[in-house]
Design a protein around this ligand. Structure first.
Ligand SMILES: [Zn+2]
Length: 149
């Protein structure tokens, strides 16, 4: 999907299929876009819309914000369906959007229960994901713990 993008609000159902997203992740992305649109509009600013630039990945991909680092192997992009999406605001590259805008989006995402890449140890501000526990995928506990005393 490199070099490809899609506006989140245009066809959310088709987006789930084309980017192999978790439906919960997709609905949270749509809500994030709608929330940002409302906040910007209330201040008289046109919201350019959120675009998805990466969903499920068959192979690890290097972050646009951390090009010198190796790609994450244990990424939530590699779950199927994907629990992670990389975004863009409007038609500019993610790295050209002011960090204040990413922080505004990211903190709201976290208030909704998501995990924002801007707070990673190696910040990745256009990365938004959700925890496996949110979609009913339990932790892989050792049999000893599951069996109990
Ligand atoms: Zn990502």
């Amino acid at each position: 999907m490199a070099g490809h993008s899609e506006e989140i609000a245009r066809d959310p159902c088709g987006m789930v299929r084309r980017w192999a997203l978790s439906p919960l992740l997709a609905s949270m992305l749509l809500a994030l876009d709608g929330w940002a649109c409302g906040v910007f509009s209330s201040k008289g600013i046109r919201w350019p819309g959120l675009f998805i630039v990466s969903g499920y990945r068959a192979q690890p991909v290097v972050s646009a914000f951390q090009p010198a680092l190796p790609a994450a192997i244990k990424s939530r992009h590699r779950r199927l369906p994907s629990l992670a999406a990389d975004l863009r605001v409007g038609h500019v590259k993610a790295t050209q959007t002011p960090i204040e805008v990413w922080t505004f989006l990211g903190l709201h995402w976290e208030r909704q229960g998501g995990r924002w890449g801007g707070n990673f140890r190696k910040p990745d501000p256009n990365h938004f994901d959700i925890d496996p526990l949110l979609v009913g995928e339990g932790l892989e506990l050792p049999p000893l713990i599951l069996e109990g005393p």
